[in-house]
Design a binder for this molecule. Structure first.
Ligand SMILES: Cc1ncc(COP(=O)(O)O)c(C=O)c1O
Length: 382
């Protein structure tokens, strides 16, 4: 006899996708143009307008967006790039892809983000770039980091993978950066299944990024088609590029999701505020807005208090109560490819990665479900 649980497990996240996205994807399929084409161009324009930036270049993921951003920033072999270890490993990997060395800096224990002070401690004569992450959608204090490093000729790339919908000093996260990278993976608010975007203000840089995402072609396949079906337009390949393209099916979904983004942010912030009320003293460990902006609560993380049981025990107890939580943000310097490479002590990184867990938070989470999460957490922590 099978045992059917009385109440289904509450997932840690669920994308907010519906009929409108399904219709948009179907329309792209019916049009016959499924690779990068008119819908990608429309999504890029809409995303750039949403941010108030000049250029947006759609790619296959934030990882590929970071890869192109670093090439665009001129980072290569022999260079160092300061990154937080406290980030999804793709942040450090992108540096490794271009032959440079990721140098791990610590984070502010309150925000989980780099600060000018933690970056300063990691700079050397070889530093060519900094990747400033908006961890879990919490805006990083970009101005302070730029003011420190730009006079030394160092480029800051903003890894806004989690940041669509967050605000930094009243402006969309990423929009004030020289180069920013976004993710549209389903764990983010705005999703296209997989997908990403690079944004910048410089037209020449944007043109180069467009070529690099498409094998280095001087004229894109879509533009050749638009020019009288391609007759007479012969492309050249002037440098080694990549296939980092987004499809028109993804872009069609992205256009719908972008319209829904303000509602997603509002709902998440409402649910996060409700967690804060329900959690009582435990809420001291809940991620919060910094002084310089407002987050989208892409990841609603909680630092377990002193004296709480081990995190694995808490996660196991939550799972037994039908609540799917997750360990908090990883630390790249503790994983095999980067083990032993940290040059600096990273106490805040190690504390957060060891003691944090991510609570369920998504658009369709109900108040009843949230009550169940909090009850299970109280029970687990004791
Ligand atoms: C900070 C950060 N950077 C980069 C990535 C990679 O994004 P993608 O999965 O779109 O490649 C993620 C994914 O979670 C992330 O959190």
């Amino acid at each position: 006899m099978s045992v059917i649980p009385a109440t289904p497990t509450i997932p840690v996240m669920l994308p907010w996708l519906g009929e409108e996205e399904a219709e948009a994807a179907a329309a792209a399929v019916r049009s016959g143009w499924v690779a990068q084409g008119p819908r990608v161009a429309e999504f890029e324009r809409a995303f750039a307008d949403h941010l108030g930036v000049e250029h947006a270049v759609a790619v296959s993921s934030c990882t590929t967006a970071l890869h192109l951003a670093l090439i665009g920033a001129g980072v290569g072999p022999g260079d160092e790039v300061v990154v937080p270890s406290l980030s999804f490993i793709a942040t450090a990997n992108a540096v490794t892809y271009v032959g440079a060395v990721p140098v791990f800096a610590d984070v502010d224990p309150a925000t989980g983000n780099l600060t000018a002070d933690t970056v300063a401690a990691a700079l050397t004569g070889r530093t060519k770039g900094v990747i400033a992450v908006d961890q879990g959608g919490v805006p990083v204090d970009l101005d302070a980091i730029r003011a420190l490093v730009e006079p030394r000729g160092i480029t800051v790339v903003e890894d806004a993978a989690c940041g669509a919908g967050s605000l930094y000093r009243g402006r969309p996260v990423g929009s004030t950066a020289r180069i920013a990278a976004y993710s549209f993976h389903p764990r983010k608010l705005l999703t296209t299944g997989e997908g990403g975007m690079v944004t910048c203000q410089d037209g020449d840089l944007a043109a180069r990024l467009r070529r690099l995402r498409e094998h280095g072609m001087s004229v894109s396949a879509a533009d050749r088609h638009a020019a009288a079906g391609g007759a007479g337009v012969v492309e050249t390949y002037d440098e080694i590029g990549f296939n980092h393209r987004m499809t028109d099916i993804q872009a069609a979904v992205g256009l719908v999701q972008l319209r829904k983004l303000p509602a997603m942010v509002a709902r998440r912030r409402e649910l996060a505020a409700r967690y804060r009320e329900l959690l009582g003293p435990l809420a001291d460990g809940l991620v919060a807005d910094p002084a310089h902006g407002t987050g989208n609560f892409q990841a609603c993380w909680l630092l377990l208090p002193d004296g709480a049981p081990d995190r694995t025990e808490v996660l196991t107890a939550l799972a037994a109560a039908g609540v799917s939580a997750r360990r908090g943000i990883m630390a790249a310097h503790l994983e095999a490819p980067y083990k032993g490479t940290a040059r600096l002590p990273l106490p805040a990184t190690e504390l957060i990665t060891r003691r944090s867990l991510i609570l369920p938070l998504y658009h369709s989470l109900t108040e009843d479900q949230q009550d169940r999460v909090v009850a299970a957490l109280r029970e687990a922590i004791g």
